[in-house]
Design a protein around this ligand. Structure first.
Ligand SMILES: Nc1ncnc2c1ncn2[C@@H]1O[C@H](COP(=O)(O)OP(=O)(O)OP(=O)(O)O)[C@@H](O)[C@H]1O
Ligand SMILES: [Mg+2]
Length: 372
C-alpha cells in the first residue's frame, strides 16, 4: 500500500488554451479514502487519469509512495481502476471476468482461483461465480467490476463514478458497501463523483474541484462547517446553503429589510469590499421567531417539501427590495422546519439566523472571513 501525491500536477489538452487541471497539489495518505468531487467538467476524471497514467502530465509530478511515476507506464503503476462503464465480458463467467487481468498477466491458475474466491467471498458473489453477467442484477454486476480490481491487489484503487449506472436505492446500498469494503481492505482509494452526498458519506476526506482548480480539502465535517469559499459553501450540503450578498451600514447587514448585526471581525473587509458582505446560512441554521423579534427576517412561503423526518420551506424574502438591498428581490430562501408543524403555503414566517451559525464571506473575493 502507498500514499499518493499530486505535486503541482497540470494537464492542458492539445488544442485547448486552459488547463483542465491546474497546478494540483494534493497528498493522500496511505490507506485513505479520498473523494474528488465537483461539477461536470471541473477536472475530476482528468486528475484520476493522470494518476493512472492514461493522461500526460504537462508540468508537475505524480508520486505513488515515494516513487515518481510521472513517466511510468500505466501497467507498471500498480493501480486498479473501476469506471462508470465497467463493461463485463458477456461470454465469460463471473469468475473468468474477475480473473481475466491476472490470466493476461500470466499469474498461475491456482493463484487466480484463490484470489477470485477470496474476492467473491468479500463481495458476496460466491454463489454467482459460474454465472454469466446477463444473469446478474445491476448491483451484482457492479460488484463483479469491483472484484476485478480487488483480485489484482493493487497499491491504489481508482474509481470514476462507479455507481452512476445504478438506480437510486441500489446506489445508496452500494456506496455503503464500497466504503466499508475499502475500510476492511485498507487500500488507498481515490474516488470520483459529482454527487456531494456520496462525497460526504463515503470519504475520509473530500477534495472539491472547480474549473481545474482545487478549492478545498478536508474531512466531511470540516467541509460542511467551515467551507473556504462561496463555491464550496454552495456545493456541499443538501438542500443547499442560502447565500446572498447584502449592503452593510452601521455595522449591520440589511437582509430583506431586516438589520442583522455583524461581528466586528468582518467590518474591515466589508468596508474594503464597497460596504458589501456575503452571508451564508444553512436551512437548519434558521429558527422561526415572532415577527416583532429584532432582526427577524420575513419569508414568504412558496412551497413546503415534506420528507417525513424533515420538512423544508422554499420561500422568498418577503419585504420589498429597498435601495439598500443588493440581492434581487425574490431570492430563494430554504428553511428547515418542524415536520410536525409546517407553515402553510402562501403564509409569511419570520426567521432568525442562529447566533454563530452564519458563514461570512468577502463579497468581492468570495473567500471565507475567519473569525480569528
Ligand atoms: N481529450 C480531451 N481533449 C480536450 N479537452 C478535454 C478532453 N478530455 C476532457 N477535456 C476537457 O477538460 C475538462 C475537464 O474534463 P474532465 O473529464 O476531467 O471533467 P470531469 O470533472 O470528470 O467531468 P464529468 O463530471 O462530466 O465527468 C473539461 O472542460 C473537458 O471538456
Ligand atoms: Mg468525469
Amino acid at each position: 500500500m502507498a500514499s499518493v501525491t499530486f505535486d503541482h500536477a497540470t494537464r492542458t489538452y492539445p488544442g485547448t488554451d486552459r488547463p483542465a487541471v491546474n497546478d494540483l497539489n494534493l497528498h493522500i495518505e496511505d490507506g485513505e479514502f479520498l473523494v474528488l468531487v465537483g461539477p461536470s467538467g471541473c477536472g475530476k476524471s482528468t486528475s484520476l487519469r493522470m494518476l493512472a497514467g492514461l493522461e500526460d502530465v504537462n508540468s508537475g509530478r505524480i508520486l505513488i509512495g515515494d516513487r515518481d511515476v510521472t513517466n511510468v507506464q500505466p501497467k507498471d503503476r500498480d493501480i486498479a481502476m473501476v469506471f462508470q462503464n465497467y463493461a463485463l465480458y458477456p461470454h465469460m463467467t463471473v469468475a473468468e471476468n474477475m480473473g481475466f487481468a491476472l490470466k493476461i498477466a500470466g499469474v498461475d491458475k491456482a493463484e487466480i482461483k484463490k484470489r477470485v474466491e477470496e474476492a467473491a467471498k468479500i463481495l458476496d458473489l460466491t454463489d454467482y461465480l459460474e454465472r454469466k453477467p446477463k444473469a446478474l442484477s445491476g448491483g451484482q454486476r457492479q460488484r463483479v467490476a469491483m472484484g476485478r480490481a480487488i483480485v489484482r491487489q493493487p497499491q491504489v484503487f481508482l474509481m470514476d463514478e462507479p455507481l452512476s449506472n445504478l438506480d437510486a436505492k441500489l446506489r445508496v446500498q452500494t456506496r455503503t458497501q464500497i466504503a466499508s469494503l475499502q475500510r476492511r481492505l485498507g487500500v488507498t482509494t481515490v474516488y470520483v463523483t459529482h454527487d456531494q452526498t456520496e462525497a460526504l458519506t463515503m470519504g475520509d476526506r473530500i477534495a472539491v474541484l472547480k474549473d481545474g482548480y482545487l478549492q478545498q480539502v478536508g474531512t466531511p465535517r470540516e467541509m460542511y462547517d467551515t467551507p473556504a469559499n462561496v463555491f464550496v459553501a454552495g456545493f456541499i450540503g443538501s438542500p443547499a446553503m442560502n447565500i446572498g450578498t447584502f449592503n452593510v451600514t452601521d455595522d449591520v447587514a440589511l437582509i430583506g429589510g431586516s438589520r442583522v448585526p455583524l461581528p466586528s471581525y468582518v467590518l474591515g473587509q466589508a468596508a474594503a469590499a464597497g460596504n458589501k458582505i456575503t452571508i451564508g446560512f444553512r436551512p437548519e441554521a434558521l429558527d422561526i421567531v415572532p415577527a416583532e423579534d429584532s432582526g427577524a427576517i420575513p419569508v414568504y412561503v412558496n412551497l413546503v417539501e415534506e420528507l417525513g423526518s424533515d420538512a423544508f420551506v422554499y420561500g422568498t424574502l418577503a419585504t420589498e427590495a429597498g435601495a439598500d438591498q443588493v440581492v434581487p428581490q425574490g431570492q430563494e430562501v430554504i428553511v428547515r422546519v418542524n415536520p410536525r408543524a409546517v407553515p402553510e403555503k402562501g403564509s409569511v414566517i419570520n426567521v432568525k439566523i442562529r447566533p454563530g451559525q452564519e458563514h461570512i464571506f468577502n463579497a468581492e473575493t468570495g473567500e471565507r472571513i475567519a473569525s480569528a
